[in-house]
Design a protein around this ligand. Structure first.
Ligand SMILES: [Zn+2]
Length: 140
């Protein structure tokens, strides 16, 4: 039961421009690569001394989304007179830290960044609204 990846079929031997997702970290790596340049895992389990040959290869728990990043995005969208925005910024930075710590298992970097941006925009909007309110109130 040998199942080698079909990367050795190149006729000309020239490096292929095709890419494939790394089964471990989902990064785009060259089709001909035998080792992921991002997570530094061997793609062929036979080459990886750290992997048990009996264990099913290419099985890693699927990456789940950072709850903090999701919360950040939701709070950023809700705004709640600036309160949601502040929560979005805090949750967003916490979410980013979480993703950086464990990028192989947690995703949601884009969501966290979106939450942070929305959060700052919301805070800015709140400050502008407050300034406008004071201005209107003063010159009434
Ligand atoms: Zn990888």
């Amino acid at each position: 039961m040998e199942r080698l990846p079909s990367v050795h079929r190149s006729n000309c031997g020239c490096p292929s421009q095709l890419v494939k997702p790394c089964p471990y970290c989902s990064s785009q790596i060259p089709e001909a690569a035998s080792k992921c340049q991002f997570c530094e895992r061997w793609l062929d389990p036979a080459l990886d001394g750290t992997l048990n040959a009996d264990s099913p290869p290419l099985l890693l728990p699927p990456r789940h989304c950072s709850g903090l990043a999701l919360g950040s995005l939701v709070c950023g969208l809700l705004w709640i007179a600036g309160i949601g925005s502040m929560a979005a910024v805090i949750l967003g930075y916490l979410g980013l830290r979480q993703v950086r710590r464990d990028p192989l298992r947690i995703r949601g970097k884009g969501m966290a960044i979106a939450g942070i941006v929305l959060g700052w925009l919301g805070i800015l909007g709140s400050v502008l609204l407050l300034a406008l309110g004071i201005y209107v109130w003063k010159w009434r």
